[in-house]
Design a protein around this ligand. Sequence first.
Ligand SMILES: Cc1cc2nc3c(=O)[nH]c(=O)nc-3n(C[C@H](O)[C@H](O)[C@H](O)COP(=O)(O)O)c2cc1C
Length: 339
Amino acid sequence: MSSYLFAPADIRGVSFRNRVAMSPMCMYSCFAKDGKATPWHVAHYASRAVGGVGLVLTEATAVAPEGRISDEDLGIWSDEHIDGLRDVAAACRDAGAKVGIQLAHAGRKSQAVGRALAPSAVPFADGYRTPVAMSEADVAAAVAAFREGAARAKRAGFDVVEIHAAHGYLLNEFLSPLANRRDDRYGGGREGRFRMLGETIQSVREAWDGPLFLRLSLDEYAEGGNAMEDFVWYARRAKALGVDLIDCSTGGVVPARVDAYPGYQVPYAERIRREADIAVGAVGLIAEPEFAEHLVRAGRADFVFLGRELLRNPYWPLHAAKALRAEAPVPRQYARGWA
Ligand SMILES: Cc1cc2nc3c(=O)[nH]c(=O)nc-3n(C[C@H](O)[C@H](O)[C@H](O)COP(=O)(O)O)c2cc1C
């Protein structure tokens, strides 16, 4: 029987050779602290493209300097970032993968220079700064920064944009009652808490007509956080505003212990797919080819995102395709190694 994992996919006219995606992972490797991509980034991402993934999704890339998690994050807040990112995108595409960029703002979890911004002046945890509660002008500036980031991503040659609204960073902070204590139109009930993310999606869509992914944390692992029915509601709204796929992660809004095991986040993806009627990515300790195949075949996910497994084994897709008796996306130059 032919593989579902290694079957091509199409989103908004962009064709992916298979449904294996490299999950975004910060490399903290802009040692000049200027947000510019380096030879490390090109080699690192191109290696996974050579290894056969359908989509390389680059790490959280800050739309504003104060939106970096650390000073060594990638950035896209200036035109000066475009050339380095273009090298990353070109190297991945040359190796047959599609390439996406994760646009991010770290909010109150930023430990970079500058002020930490958040919906409310509530720190994430001990050891973190008390953030500045954003004014409406600050919100408008951040929303515009996401649009400008998307416009630069287009100029750099990316195929996919993902908005990072997970893991307790800025957009997640606005969504969550655990971090958003505002009483203006950006807070309160879920309509208000969704407002900034909704405006961000619309703003990105003004500059970006390609596939648009959205990463959400679908469990806050704490009393008083969003419930699954809230996330289904957010996902439906996001779809109506032009999001094509929800990348289904969990956690990070408040410190919490998580009992993680292979596929632990799959039930969230499944539910969003079913109830919001939108494509989803499943992620979290997925490493077995048969399990990844099952997720797509059983209709539990449309894409399978791999993080740490691809740090260990950039050639995972080639080995997985062999194990599943699918046609492996072997680079022509390496054919003799896989004959
Ligand atoms: C080193 C490292 C950096 C990460 N950086 C990001 C990031 O920039 N953006 C993001 O959304 N998730 C980030 N994550 C989370 C991964 O994308 C992924 O969701 C998580 O590691 C679970 O998948 P895995 O078990 O396959 O690694 C990071 C994870 C690791 C290990």
